[in-house]
Design a protein around this ligand. Sequence first.
Ligand SMILES: *Cc1c(COP(=O)(O)O)cnc(C)c1O
Length: 361
Amino acid sequence: MSRVYNFSTGPACLPECVLEEIRDEMLEYGTSGQSVMEMSHRSKVFEGILHETESTLREIMQIPDNYKVLFLQGGASQQFAAVPMNLMLNRVADYINTGNWTKKAIQEAKIFGKVNVVASSEDRTFSYIPDLTDLPYSEDADYVYICQNNTIYGTRYPELPDTKGRILVSDVSSMFVSEPLDVSRYGVIYAGVQKNAGPGGLVVSIIREDLIRDEVLPGTPTMLKWKTQADADSLYNTPNCWAIYVCGKVFKWIKNMGGLEVMKEKNEKKAGLFYDYLDNKSSLFKGTVEKGSRSLMNIPFVTGDADLDKAFIAECDKAGIVNIKGHRTVGGMRASIYNAMPYEGVVKLIEVMEKFEKEHA
Ligand SMILES: *Cc1c(COP(=O)(O)O)cnc(C)c1O
């Protein structure tokens, strides 16, 4: 067996010890005589898995009691519609546009009401987080929407906007459980788990209880009403049991390591090493994001020459470094260094970069 260093934006690498545990439980989970994949979602055993996954997440994120945790399907993209359907009662919402994922969310919200883009960084290919002071929020906005870590462009909010009491909704897909968040500052936080916590097809939505309402927009399908899902404890229909199980293992791995403060330190150490190389050591490679807006998770970088980029990506492949090609709108490369990417993976990547740089000086 030879495992690669997978720098993919998602689905992404998982902690090897978690994969091993899952392998060991593949044919029989506990003393159930069956795999989690084969189990009834209404069985006592699976209920135990679901509750443990939720309670571990609540513990590591310190989620206050007045927030519900929902395990839903349709990925983060489905929440682009669920958010306005559940919250846009005045049919007005404010969005900050920081990349493709907010563009998609905006497009979806426009189906349901008026969308005001109160700030945007599109003028410079989303390479920064806009200035958040005194934004022109709408008087009657049902919520203010942000994407807190922009997977494609490699930006992350250095701080949260002051929404002046308006409900803050945040897509945290690519920074989920990578650092502590003050949950009480948000109305809704959601994340597709395939970036940082598990396999694809599961979205975790953390929603303040008073926002889980009977009154939603007319025409909202039963499945998209947060109330339906909350009342059924995420078991209205068959959930993605397998992904919930794997996430539970990953949350426990984080807890055992010391929690999100420790996770953040590890992530800062990895990202710090890489940014230091780009900023201070390399004369060939450079980062594309403004310093105050940089992500700890996704780091786009370029040589400035498309042919060299291509040659470098081929060199990476040979060295067992995969999925490092950048998004077509940025070009170049992108290293996604989520929780499960070991420090050694970043060291290895830098070694390959150094070697490439020498050979192409
Ligand atoms: C990946 C990603 C999504 C889309 O997730 P799906 O689960 O594939 O729908 C949405 N937002 C952000 C920030 C992402 O990184």
